[in-house]
Design a protein around this ligand. Structure first.
Ligand code: GDP
Length: 295
């Protein structure tokens, strides 16, 4: 099967999408394009709206015009839920996004639903909770933690600077979530599915577990931005907290209920939280030993 990649910038450009679809005539399209960092969306709300929101509308409109038989997967996001009164959410949950990213992704989500209902497109939303791997970008907290701690363990970095340690996410393994995306496009009927692990863990838990894999034992003292993480062996501070990594608003801690995907897609994630952190920590430790963490 041939695989063609449409770059993030191109989804803003309608003629690029039309040209690419005409040239490649794909059976399936997986739209993972857009500005994907929640944190960056507060600094770049317009760019985020143009790529993560309008980018999807561009793609759908192109399909309506020249490829209505093509199947399309939209990477929707748990950020569309944002503020909720219950921790556990399913596909029936109300939406109240808490970031420009969440707002843009909600526009994209409804665009897929509308093109399905109005024009009969085979479009499915995967409402993706956070999914991580050793390939995760450094802008995201998981990879920032594993990459920086690995360098600290190897002596090439002094400090891991983080925002709020108490924030929690429902984190899963990207490889498992890609399988769910693919399964959605193999169904006769398009639909919307939550893809999640069903567990939340805090940033602090992630740090402790990653540190343990690398042979570091961190003891925390203080509260909020005064929290310090000390290396128990040397007494040296290796974790500090900065307001720079706090956000103007955060979603409530969310757990995804992926029962619909379990039942209708026969999908089950294979990698649990501990395995995921271990995989990322070991991979970055290996890179740090070879002086190759940053790329
Ligand atoms: P997101 O869920 O897409 O925003 O994924 P991130 O990995 O960027 O952030 C996950 C959580 O970690 C959020 O609640 C952040 O506020 C929190 N967090 C704490 N410290 C940091 C940090 O240094 N960088 C990032 N990116 N997030 C941090």
């Amino acid at each position: 099967m041939r695989h063609v990649e449409l770059k993030t910038l191109d989804v803003q450009d309608f003629s690029s999408i039309i040209r690419l679809i005409e040239e490649t005539s794909p059976d399936e399209i997986y739209n993972l394009g857009g500005q994907s960092s929640v944190q960056a969306s507060f600094q770049q709300p317009l760019y985020t709206g143009q790529t993560s929101g309008m980018g999807t509308m561009n793609l759908l409109e192109a399909l309506r015009l020249i490829g209505p038989q093509m199947r399309v997967f939209e990477a929707a996001s748990s950020e569309i839920f944002g503020m909720t009164d219950s921790g556990m959410v399913d596909e029936g949950q109300d939406f109240h996004p808490r970031s420009p990213y969440g707002v843009a992704k909600l526009f994209a989500y409804w665009s897929v639903v509308n093109y399905r209902e109005a024009h009969g497109l085979h479009g499915s939303n995967g409402i993706m909770f956070n999914h991580e791997s050793p390939l995760r970008g450094m802008d995201f907290v998981t990879r920032k933690i594993t990459a920086t701690l690995a360098q600290i363990a190897c002596g090439s970095q002094q400090m891991l600077v983080l925002g709020n340690l108490e924030n929690a996410r429902d984190w899963g393994f990207a490889g498992d979530y890609v399988e769910a995306m693919w399964l959605m496009l193999q169904q006769d009927k398009p639909d919307d599915y939550i893809v999640a692990s069903g567990e939340t863990h805090s940033v602090r838990e992630f740090v402790n577990l990653a540190a343990a894999v690398m042979g570091l034992d961190i003891e925390f003292d203080g509260d909020g931005v005064k929290t310090r993480g000390l290396d128990k062996k040397t007494g040296r501070q290796i974790v500090e907290i900065s307001h720079d990594f706090y956000r103007p608003s955060e979603p409530d801690p969310l757990v995804g209920n992926a029962s619909k995907a379990h039942q209708k897609l026969d999908w089950q994630p294979k990698v649990g939280f501990e395995q995921l952190v271990t995989m990322m920590a070991e991979s970055d430790l290996e890179r740090a030993k070879n002086g190759q963490v940053w790329y």
